[in-house]
Design a protein around this ligand. Sequence first.
Ligand SMILES: Cc1ncc(COP(=O)(O)O)c(C=O)c1O
Length: 440
Amino acid sequence: MSQRGSVSGDATFWGPDFAALAEQDPQIADVVVGELDRLRGGLQLIASENFTSPAVLAALGSTLSNKYAEGYPGRRYYGGCQQVDRAEEIGIARAEELFAVDGPDGRVAVHANLQPHSGASANLAAYAALVQPGDPVLAMSLPHGGHLTHGAKVSFSGRWFTPVAYTVRRDTELIDFDEVRDLALQHRPKMIIAGATAYPRLIDFARFREIADEVGAWLMVDAAHFIGLVAGHAIPSPVPYADVVTFTTHKVLRGPRGGMIICRPELAARIDKAVFPFSQGGPLMHAVAAKAVALGECLRPEFRDYAAAVVANSKALADGLAAEGMRPVSGGTDTHLALLDLQELDVTGAAAESRCDAARITLNKNAIPYDPAPPMTASGIRVGAAAVTTQGMSESDMKDVAALISRAVRDADGSEAGDLAAAVSALVARHPAYPRPAGG
Ligand SMILES: Cc1ncc(COP(=O)(O)O)c(C=O)c1O
């Protein structure tokens, strides 16, 4: 390890040393460099990904990773937690400031838990806090955009609870609230989940609240995808309506890979106990500190500009792809992501994904509502604008991106892949992700 420079006064910082990694473990160093080259050299359009800042990466790569800190600030099961306590307290305060909302009687306080290791862990904790094994839980169907943790048989949620799934309407491809209410009245779920992995539109949280109240269910909002847009005030917040809001910190929010929970203050103890000790042990304190850094970034005015630009770029990309013959599911997007139906082009989602990959465009195949194709083939693709917006692309760039995707998707024999990859390199070179230091 090597000394990296002075932070303040006599204090010196010891942190990640790439030269040491390269010398000690060239194989893994090569992976790290290869991934950086991949990120820099292509278009990153996976809707759940983003580029974290150097400050977030510095916290992630710090010696905070060494510390055991079971418990919560001021109530730990280990000594030596003075410094990590500060990181968690700062992060909690920032989260509570960011997600508190203005009610008719002033600010409505919230409680934040920064310890979930991932979005799935945050969801497991929310289930553990609010429902009992066997209870019915009403959530969005997986093939219509729900997440595995919303009741899929392969996850704890479908194995230990009794899932009931709502869908989107065939005609509008929007959440079918008549069906949500009918299913709620029929199955009397103990919890209703709003939120999805592939739903491009705003969600009517007030309507979900009404239905939850009608049947006496908890309302959990899984805001993993769009919480960054909420943090940046680009879309309405679920916080005034939900009992619990779970999310990942690495999507539009642009923090480290991880999860978080926001809840009403009355539920604080239940949520905290459901995270630790019920479903997790020691928190990842380097990740908690990195979440605090990201939340600090979200509180800055620039983050509002970023969130607005993400939505504008996403709409421009969806419009551009529609002009190229790809049908946006639900007719468009209000968020950072769009889902495109490729059936008119007679190209499967899987083929589109691999053809784009050959052109250095990274996106994913995705089922569309009522998809006739199996999930591993799928009839659609999902694209997101979070990462390209971080690297400074604008709505006019999205037109170029749409044209490149369109050519790649139609390139059945791969004959254009080389030219397309070169065009992608030229485009991203104008807006470099993780730019090389001058002279580097
Ligand atoms: C809506 C939703 N919930 C939960 C998760 C799970 O997050 P993780 O992969 O961090 O476990 C995801 C992941 O993409 C998601 O989209």
